[in-house]
Design a protein around this ligand. Structure first.
Ligand code: AMP
Ligand code: MG
Length: 283
């Protein structure tokens, strides 16, 4: 199943988040029933990233956005587990430092864009500058409202350089968020993730909704599409994310590069070395 068709935000179209079911889970009823398909997508992702790394013709950028507890960290973990760490990076974007604030908003992000052959995951991204910044009025509207075009142009630049960009908006319901906050409270392994900002930000749910809708409407482009991933079910999120990335990479039709040496000649060296080694052992 190609989830891209169902989950893509078609360039130029508008999304109403209220119309999207965060609990959507496709044709499988349980994670167990989805396990085989998930394994196939993950294996394909591994294969494609190997090609990306070997061929060095393209780069891959995955942008993750979503409200607190939407599963950004879990998705990083899941996506990267399929990839060779040599050739991948993850960057989390927090509140900007003083030096970062002294620059334009794309400065800190551009530095982490993947080079050819590399895959990069952004856990939060330049989109925070039209999300949290817009919701909390951290800069005037005259500043943030220009950023949608600036982002589209920036992403066009990366695309022109050979970067495939996949943007994933992990979408959970407010009920699911509360359930995950409760898990964080109860589970000593998750308590470190709790911040009181989580509850404060919840109060701005509707404002974030508007900001997400604007981001999806203005910045889903042919060269860098947004996908809305229903994420109440973590297993469906992983299934959809791995399928979308693997299928997008498949479309690049990457090939194993030709060897840079003459294999027939190298084979002769090899056989000569074997013969010498046998001779040494024989004497
Ligand atoms: P977390 O991802 O839970 O570690 O939290 C990171 C925090 O940094 C979130 O509350 C983000 O909204 C915030 N953040 C990220 N980028 C920006 C930005 N450009 N301006 C202000 N806050 C930001
Ligand atoms: Mg957080």
């Amino acid at each position: 199943m190609d989830y891209r068709k169902k989950l893509i935000v078609k360039p130029g179209s508008k999304v109403r988040l209220a119309d999207i079911d965060a609990g959507y889970h496709g044709k499988h009823e349980t994670s167990e029933l989805a396990a085989t398909e998930l394994q196939q997508h993950v294996a394909e992702l591994t294969r494609q990233q190997y090609l990306l790394y070997a061929e060095k013709k393209y780069a891959l950028l995955i942008v993750l956005q979503g409200i607190d507890a939407a599963g950004k960290d879990g998705t990083c973990w899941h996506v990267l587990a399929a990839m060779n760490p040599q050739g991948t990076s993850v960057t989390g974007f927090k509140q900007p430092t003083e030096a970062e604030r002294a620059h334009d908003f794309l400065w800190r992000v551009h530095a982490h864009a993947p080079g050819l052959g590399q895959a990069a995951v952004f856990n939060r991204s330049h989109y925070e500058d039209v999300l949290v910044v817009r919701v909390h009025k951290l800069v005037p509207k005259s500043v943030w409202s220009k950023r949608y075009d600036q982002i589209n142009q920036f992403e066009q630049l990366l695309a022109d350089h050979g970067t495939t960009i996949i943007k994933l908006f992990l979408y959970i319901s407010p009920e699911e968020q509360l359930a995950r906050f409760k898990q964080r409270l109860d589970d000593p392994h998750r308590q470190w993730k709790i911040s009181d900002a989580d509850y404060r930000e919840r109060e701005f749910w509707d404002d974030y909704g508007k900001a997400y809708e604007a981001m999806l409407a203005k910045c889903s482009t042919e060269h860098a599409p947004w996908y809305v991933i229903p994420s109440n079910h973590k297993w469906f999120r992983n299934l959809a994310v791995s399928q979308i990335i693997a299928a997008t990479l498949q479309d690049l039709r990457m090939k194993m590069p030709e060897p840079t040496v003459d294999l027939a000649e190298i084979r002769q060296h090899y056989h000569a070395a074997v013969a010498r080694s046998a001779g040494r052992r024989g004497s």
